[in-house]
Design a protein around this ligand. Sequence first.
Ligand SMILES: Cc1cc2nc3c(=O)[nH]c(=O)nc-3n(C[C@H](O)[C@H](O)[C@H](O)COP(=O)(O)O)c2cc1C
Length: 384
Amino acid sequence: MENSSLYKPYKPYKPYKPYKPYKLSSFSPIFPLFLYYTMIYKKIVRPVLFQFDPEAVHNFTMNMLSIGIMDNVMRPFYHYENEKLKVKVGNLTFRNPIGLAAGMDKNCTALHAWDAMGFGFAEVGTVTPLPQEGNPKPRMFRLPEYRAIINRLGFNNHGADEFEKNIHTAKEDLSNDFITGVNIGKNKRTPLEEAYQDYKFSFEKLYEYADYFTINVSSPNTEGLRELQQKKYIDKILNSLQQLNKELDRIYPDGSKDIFLKIAPDLTEQEIGDIIEVSINNNLTGIIATNTTISRESLPDGVTYEIGGLSGKPLKEMANNVIKFIKDKAGDKLAVIACGGVFTAKDVKEKLDLGASLVQMYTGFIYEGPFAVKKIKKRMVKEK
Ligand SMILES: Cc1cc2nc3c(=O)[nH]c(=O)nc-3n(C[C@H](O)[C@H](O)[C@H](O)COP(=O)(O)O)c2cc1C
């Protein structure tokens, strides 16, 4: 891993100005400025939310969003679409290239909210065949001075049965042009040799509802999972899924599903090269680059950070190197969905300029707030 040129070239990430909790005393005199919506989030909502445990805030927010009463209030505020934003990838046309990354909506309870917020697509999951609790708490940590998060959740989710019920209900109410990706993983107790069975199980169960599938073999918080990125395992998984894809294609009317593989940013060039080869041989639509990193090289030395996957700004350059490598090697044979450190339109542009077709955000969404999606889309149209 250390010998890889992909792994080295970035410098420790420069900290942002220290994060200052918002002081209520400054509220009244400058109130009109706060009407500017992004400020409301950054100056009021975020500081309040950041007073509480990250996972508790996540669960609270997800509960609020899943009720759905805010959708019609949100939609006019967040709505902004333009022909210039449309992107075609595989068999799908995305109304815009900004997506929600996997892990935010693990049980598929708030699809309608992501649609209302103006995302072009949302990737729900990671879902595993059986429900599982994940790792002991606490397991999610904010690093506000670096605009980052560390998590070691470990695929906590309610399992494929409940997921199926949720996605079935949710799909009835979505905009026609909103794309739903389903991110599937293996249960913790499933041995690596049998992992492909877990992927097949969820693939078949959720086939009818997914516009595309993502095969997650790259989360650092399930022991051994990332070993599935090795040629011998990944070939078996992708091959058996594509066979199933063909069989199910005959039963369901809307054609075979696009499949993406989500990879880690911590791989060597050799390992990514192998993955590209296997992905092309198995007719994958593309690769999602990337999941969180186990590296702490982009953070300053001498500070003890929690164990888990690091996301946000410190991941950006590393993930960008992976996009560049994939596009250099695979060209148009594989599409790239870029993920890692997207906060602004500039971050999106960097990734698209490297050859990515779509982008996803998770950490940037937490720090910038939901209006970031509209802001990014408006800027993109202005610059086109
Ligand atoms: C709290 C948290 C949970 C996550 N859970 C998942 C997951 O279940 N499946 C997955 O493929 N990626 C998961 N991710 C990774 C994100 O989808 C994304 O790849 C990563 O965070 C990098 O993007 P970002 O810098 O925009 O956050 C998770 C990330 C975070 C921060």
